[in-house]
Design a protein around this ligand. Structure first.
Ligand code: NAP
Length: 444
């Protein structure tokens, strides 16, 4: 971090086609020096190829966990960073969608490459930003935006580029995976596991974004942009969180040979419609996703040529995410330093708006837990309600008698449409012996 900007400026000149200049460093302007930004700064502060020109923060007086940070480097004006004429690459690590979009649009229009880890930004505005990058002949890279340190964007785009991707199923949120793991291993309630996740720094004080599945919605929508070249409004994705999962569901699932995980799912149908959703699912213990524990993430991909592949690792955190962001920076820097176009193969193809499969038409096996009166013929009535809706049962379990005298019953169905399952559920709800519907979950 000691090289004068004039050296780096010579690279800008080289990029602009000035043949006399051969520079040594690429000039970076960063927006955000929080969790991820600090990690990126630590990786590059003494790097021979990278020069930090300015870093925008909200509060330049804040105490930061970075030794010998030169306070002259900090600015409270992020527009100063994207407008700096010497800066070649803008690294956006601020978060949020609207201001980040404004800054990234200005950076791209100013001819600067952009690296970001902002899933919300890419999920909401990706296609517009990719088009702008194309128009300005610069790159926008975002490997850190999905699953932190796990390489998945480049592998989907490049390494699996010869495949027609058929399905992506991801454990894409470390907070919820940590909570579900603790509920499974320790028998804790959701509330207990959430409190522990907050104490360990894995969950925010307001955990809504994670536990209600919004975060996974952004990520699966970004993956669909790359894998299927389809644009999905993240807020239109069918989404259910994990707050209604009980320790009893987890225990029962285990007895049936499953674990419960929050899954971001995207499946391309033969008719070109995209089945995309976020919800908890029962995962068979034989499936590789069932073994992903604690805050780890994994993405299971099916391609027509490769078959099944799975990517596994740390999906968040300072250094794992910085690892992905720093690799994007280096990919661009290498091109700039060699006077080449940085990685032309990472130009993101235009996406078309996805035609979504309505959730009622999706096909799943289902797990249903309910409380009924404890008396003869109840199981027969449940079977009839399912049969009338065309729902065949794979297993029926009576789990015992609850303290209030009701019987706890679990049904596992064969594969049916969601519409059929809802029809069966409505008929069950209407039965006089039904006391409470506990939890309805889909099976992967
Ligand atoms: N944390 C992770 O593990 C992780 C993983 C994958 C992706 N990401 C993504 O990476 C991005 C950054 O996340 P993070 O966890 O590093 O966030 P963070 O710790 O909250 O840091 C945000 C940084 O942005 C600065 N900032 C916020 N608003 C600003 C403004 N208006 N002007 C200038 N600076 C501003 C903050 O300044 P102050 O320091 O002065 O407050 C802070 O340095 C987000 O898009 C996030 O989704 C994070």
């Amino acid at each position: 971090m000691s090289s004068p900007p004039s050296q780096a400026l010579s690279d800008q000149n080289a990029l602009n086609g000035n043949p006399q200049t051969t520079g040594k460093q690429v000039v970076i302007g960063m927006i955000g020096l929080g969790t991820v930004g600090s990690g990126v700064f630590k990786i590059f502060r003494d790097h021979s190829d990278i020069f930090f020109q300015k870093i925008a923060v909200r509060d330049s007086q804040k105490n930061r966990n970075i030794t010998d940070l030169d306070s002259d480097l900090l600015s409270q004006d992020p527009f100063e960073v994207v407008r700096d004429p010497e800066t070649q690459v803008i690294v956006e690590l601020m978060g949020g969608a609207e201001l980040a979009r404004e800054l990234v649009v200005e950076a791209l229009n100013n001819g600067k490459h952009v690296v970001t880890a902002n899933k919300e930004l890419i999920a909401k505005y990706g296609p517009e930003l990719f088009e702008l990058a194309r128009k300005n002949n610069v790159r926008i890279l975002f490997e850190g935006a999905v699953a932190g340190g796990i390489p998945i964007i480049m592998p989907l785009k490049l390494s699996l580029g010869a495949n027609k991707i058929q399905e992506i199923a991801g454990i894409l949120n470390g907070t919820t995976n940590y909570i579900l793991t603790k509920m499974t291993q320790e028998g804790w309630s959701f509330e207990q596991a959430l409190a522990e996740a907050q104490a360990k720094g894995f969950a925010e004080a307001d955990p809504t974004n994670d536990v209600e599945g919004f975060d996974v919605g952004y990520k699966i929508s970004v993956l669909s942009l790359i894998a299927f070249k389809q644009e999905v409004d993240p807020l239109s994705i069918h989404r259910e969180g994990i707050t209604r999962i009980t320790a009893e569901d987890i225990q029962t699932a285990r007895e049936l040979g499953y674990v419960i995980k929050l899954i971001g799912l995207a499946k391309m149908q033969a008719d070109g419609r995209l089945d995309i959703r976020v919800h908890p699912m029962l995962i068979p213990v034989s499936h590789p996703l069932s073994n992903i524990q604690n805050e780890f993430n994994a993405i299971f991909v099916k391609g027509d040529a490769v078959g099944e592949v799975m990517f596994y690792g740390r999906g968040a955190g300072e250094m794992p995410t910085a690892s992905a962001v720093a690799a994007d920076i280096l990919a661009i820097a290498t091109g700039l330093l060699k006077g080449n176009e940085p990685i032309p193969s990472m130009i993101i193809d235009p996406a078309t708006p996805a035609k979504l499969l309505p959730v009622g038409e999706t096909r799943n096996k289902y797990y249903l837990r309910l409380n009924t009166n404890d008396r003869p013929k109840v199981i027969g009535h449940l079977g009839n309600a399912c049969g009338d809706a065309g729902v065949s049962l794979e297993a029926v379990m009576q789990k015992g008698i609850n303290p209030d005298g009701t019987a706890s019953i679990v049904l596992l169905t064969q594969e049916v449409t969601e519409k059929q399952m809802n029809q069966a559920l409505e008929a069950i709800r209407q039965q006089e012996s039904t006391q409470a519907i506990g939890c309805l979950l889909r099976v992967l």
